[in-house]
Design a binder for this molecule. Structure first.
Ligand code: PLP
Length: 375
């Protein structure tokens, strides 16, 4: 059966060069990086080279990169440490964050009594910067946690504006860049961001590995205890092959960025045009002309009774898309992201998130449209 993968915001296929590099490490470098013999030193060396590669692509210091098992862990680590170690009293975030941030702050609100303020989301799914500036004017020790690119609708946070506002108000700034790292350049020397997080499987690297950037001078304490790895900030034997694979994936993604971004941008334009010409009443969550170049969230002019049926039909025809983030895409309820800003009538209509990569082609989109027409 024909198979078309259009769910790259959930996860991405590995680049062949990444598999080659990881296979070599798995075969030849099994030493524990904490061992002092040559086997261990070789593994340690690979980790430090990978850290440098990652730091170079973000224009930061290698010592500012801490490896974690995934983006979720990195988000949890920063949020918990900000409350516990930096004595943050209030977190400003939004209702459209990934659950790795949203559910975490909800728990910390109950557990530590930290104040959580949610910035308003406008009708196009973007942050209301006026409301944000108002919130910041309250004089409290604050961490701002706002994602760069939204994983369901592709709206983009203005990192320049938000990081400057945070600096002006002496608030710490954490941004979940899981959907943007490897897909757009971020210069940490230019931007006064305090913390960011990434996950390799979103940029054609392996699953089970990510990293946190922690700005030099900010002192956090570990969440995982019991080892001195990662300067004592994250105990546990390092996953050397995954770290090497992540660095290779990021390096390649940034090397090929211009060319691949152009390809994917053209594909998205084609997709949006095809959807509009086939279904004149289609509408979008987030303005597709302004959202990130690989994500489109289309609200289709189908009856609400068709929600589960049409996803099933796409799946039966070998097409992988989702409704929201992977963990909730099987549900017929609208996602928490859409609920945060869409009016009731649009929430009732079926939506799909189509997320592209440079491995997709126009044929994939034609096939999607052909199957959608049969629903
Ligand atoms: N943050 C965002 C915006 C995401 O899209 C995801 C993954 O879907 C995560 C965090 C979680 O990353 P991980 O799968 O590495 O835990």
């Amino acid at each position: 059966m024909k198979q078309v993968y259009l769910d790259n915001a959930s996860t991405t296929p590995l680049r062949p060069e990444v598999i080659t590099e990881m296979t070599a490490v798995l075969t030849e470098n099994f030493g524990n990086p904490s061992s002092s013999h040559a086997f261990g030193r070789n593994s340690k060396n690979l980790i430090e080279l990978s850290r440098k590669t990652i730091a170079k692509s973000l224009n930061c210091n290698a010592q500012e990169i801490i490896f974690t098992s995934c983006g979720t862990e990195a988000n949890n680590f920063i949020l918990l440490s900000a409350i516990r170690d930096l004595k943050v009293e209030r977190i400003i975030t939004s209702k459209i964050e990934h659950h790795a941030v949203l559910h975490t702050v909800e728990v910390f609100e109950r557990q530590f009594g930290v104040q959580i303020d949610y910035v308003n989301i406008l009708q196009d799914g973007t942050v209301d910067y006026n409301h944000f500036a108002d919130l910041l004017s309250e004089d409290k020790k604050t961490l701002v946690s706002l994602m760069h690119v939204n994983n369901e609708i592709g709206t983009i946070l203005d990192l320049v504006k938000v990081s400057k506002l945070c600096k002006d108000h002496q608030a710490y700034f954490h941004t979940d860049t899981v959907q943007s790292i490897g897909k757009t350049p971020i210069d940490l020397t230019e931007l006064p961001i305090d913390f960011l997080v990434a996950s390799a499987h979103k940029f054609h690297g392996p699953k089970g590995i990510g990293f946190a950037f922690i700005r030099k001078g900010i002192v956090l304490q570990p969440v995982l205890l019991g080892g001195e790895q990662e300067k004592g900030l994250r105990a546990g034997t390092e996953s050397v092959h995954n770290i090497v694979g992540m660095a290779k994936a990021l390096e390649l993604s940034m090397e090929k960025h211009e060319e691949e971004m152009k390809e994917v941008t053209d594909l998205k334009e084609y997709l949006v045009n095809q959807l509009r010409s086939t279904f004149p009443e289609v509408t979008f969550a987030g303005n597709p002309e302004q959202t990130f170049y690989n994500v489109t969230n289309a609200i289709l002019p189908f009856d609400e009774s068709k929600i589960s049926l049409f996803l099933f039909q796409l799946d039966m025809n070998g097409i992988a898309v989702s409704r929201g983030s992977a963990c909730q895409s099987g549900s017929v309820k609208p996602s928490h992201v859409l609920e945060a800003f869409l009016p009731e009538d649009l929430l009732k209509r079926p939506n799909i998130r189509i997320s592209l990569s440079h491995y997709n082609t126009k044929d994939d989109i034609d096939y999607l449209i052909e199957i959608l027409k049969k629903v």
